[in-house]
Design a protein around this ligand. Structure first.
Ligand code: AMP
Ligand code: ZN
Length: 113
């Protein structure tokens, strides 16, 4: 399997790591869309939200715990931030390893689509 984010998690492709534990990895987005733009990913390969099941969904709630912690550490918790997950073609998903964009550090556009 040829997955960019699996390779980043394994350290085979370099990234600017923000956080790591036994099940989650977070790193700065290579093409940031906001002053704070971090990607939070499960270490296990899940292609998209379409592949989330009762068997693997525990990591999703853990990702939100990590997001809350990182938002505080990165200084965006008080002013606010957005967490975005694109799923599939119409949403513009380009990397098919589930990931959560944590965006903040400025006033984000109100439009969602
Ligand atoms: P999405 O379009 O939702 O699939 O998001 C994929 C994100 O991965 C984009 O914001 C890219 O800028 C980001 N990205 C792609 N390659 C890398 C990389 N090597 N390191 C960090 N972020 C990356
Ligand atoms: Zn993967």
């Amino acid at each position: 399997m040829d997955c960019l984010f699996c390779e980043i998690v394994k350290g085979n492709i370099p990234s600017k790591k923000v956080y790591e534990d036994e099940s989650v990895f977070a790193f700065w987005d290579i093409a940031p869309m906001a002053p704070v733009h971090v990607l939070i990913v499960p270490k296990m390969h899940i292609s998209s939200v379409n592949e989330v099941t009762s068997e693997n969904s525990a990591v999703i709630s853990h990702i939100y715990e990590v997001a809350a912690q990182l938002a505080k550490e990165l200084g965006v918790a008080e002013d606010g931030y957005r967490i975005v997950t694109n799923c599939g073609k119409n949403a513009g998903q380009t990397v098919f390893h589930l990931h959560f964009h944590l965006l903040g550090g400025t006033a984000l556009k109100v439009e969602m689509c």
